[in-house]
Design a protein around this ligand. Structure first.
Ligand SMILES: Cc1ncc(COP(=O)(O)O)c(C=O)c1O
Length: 387
């Protein structure tokens, strides 16, 4: 036996970005270095206690220990629909337009399995969340066309650069990795273009609640129902490990996603979904976030300010992002070379090129370290040495 060969479609997908970088950081940690981590986008803050308490309470109820359904619990679907009304002023039917997902990553992947045939085209932004161009495209046998996001267009995808006749388009604002944001008018133009071209608009709104300086991210559904939007509890409520999200949109698209999920999973755990109801219930009738979320965003906002200002003092041209917890900048050399140099300072960053070739020369830093450690990282960068 010589080992097992992976299927062609799996071999075509590059290893996940962090799997490629991990040895570089692990080797320094093994030497006892204190690595200051601005890498992966996983909040370091805790889930609001009332959500944790609700999940524990619900986990003890026998009925909640059974299988859920791939559409999700109806009471959470109603809660999501009600949240859309309060937060975005959009009315959706919880029975036909909402599907509960096991985080948004699963939905990003499964929507392509549900609607894209081999040989069709998927449009994915470059830079962009790797699942759009990697797994989603490779598992359908589709061709993925990467359309560059450009700094001179504020990192907004230009539909005039997109191929006509594509089956699916992925779009994501507030944006990972650039931190760029958009307004409802922009989403209306993209939705019009998709409708005119017979392209399914998949709007990844995983960072809708991670906003600063008075900015409030819109929903693609504000522009109309001809799209599907993915949302997540992960970043809003510091719930990445719970694996809970939602897909909302056109009934046909939601039906396809549900059917696909019906063959692959049995839904998120019921007690986690019940915790999701408690989380959305924290929002006010006017759609305003609760104090716990405002406080979290205040922490990220201050870290973002310290990091951006510090990088500017070091000579980098950095924009202050209005959304996400990512700081994105041109490092003036190859992304991997800069990442290696930073690793030698005990600082973990993500090379922008990992999000698409067109982002070569860029770096993403996530503000998941406290302010004092951000200052220490900036000091190391200023002196050019670990100690
Ligand atoms: C743009 C984007 N979409 C989706 C996800 C997946 O999030 P989750 O599956 O935790 O909801 C992420 C995670 O980092 C992301 O950056």
């Amino acid at each position: 036996m010589t080992g097992y060969e992976q299927a062609d479609r799996l071999r075509r997908i590059p290893p996940y970005l962090y799997a490629r970088l991990a040895p570089m950081f692990a080797e320094r940690r093994a030497r006892g270095w204190d690595m200051i981590d601005f890498g992966i986008g996983d909040p370091d803050l805790c889930t609001p206690p009332c959500i944790v308490e609700e999940m524990c309470r619900q986990a003890a109820v026998g009925e909640n220990q059974k299988y859920s359904t791939s559409a999700g619990e109806r009471d959470l679907r109603i809660a999501v629909a009600d949240w859309y009304r309060r937060r975005f002023g959009v009315d959706v039917d919880p029975d036909t337009q909402v599907c509960i997902t096991i985080g948004s990553k699963e939905a990003v992947f499964n929507i392509a399995q549900a609607f894209v045939d081999p040989g069709e085209t998927i449009i994915a932004p470059s830079p962009g969340y790797p699942v759009y161009s990697g797994a989603a495209a490779a598992f359908t046998g589709a061709e993925c066309v990467r359309v560059p996001l450009r700094p001179e267009r504020d990192w907004l995808l230009d539909v005039d650069e997109c191929p006509q006749g594509a089956r699916m388009l992925y779009l994501n604002y507030p944006n990972n990795p650039t931190g760029a944001t958009c307004d409802a008018g922009y989403l209306r133009r993209v939705q019009d273009w998709c409708r005119d071209n017979g392209t399914i608009m998949c709007y990844d709104n995983a960072y809708s609640e991670m906003c600063y300086d008075g900015y409030r991210a819109p929903s693609a559904l504000e522009a109309g129902p001809d799209c599907i939007e993915f949302g997540s509890f992960s970043k809003t409520f510091n719930m990445t490990g719970y694996r809970l999200g939602y897909a909302v949109g056109h009934p046909d698209l939601v039906a396809g996603l549900r059917k696909c999920k019906g063959q692959t999973d049995s839904g998120a755990p019921i007690f986690v979904q019940k915790a999701g109801i408690a989380a959305l219930g924290m929002y006010g009738e006017d759609g305003r976030p609760p104090q716990a979320i405002v406080d979290n965003m205040g922490v990220y906002s201050e870290r973002r300010r310290v990091l951006v200002e510090g990088l500017r003092e070091l000579g980098f041209d950095v924009r202050m992002p209005k959304g996400t917890f990512y700081v994105w900048f041109d490092c003036g050399m190859s992304s991997f070379e800069f990442t290696e140099r930073m690793a030698d300072l005990g600082v973990i960053v993500t090379p922008g090129s990992g999000f698409g070739d067109s982002a070569e020369g860029y770096i993403r830093m996530t503000v998941t370290e406290p302010v004092e450690r951000i200052r220490t990282a900036l000091e190391r960068m200023g002196r050019g040495s670990y100690e």
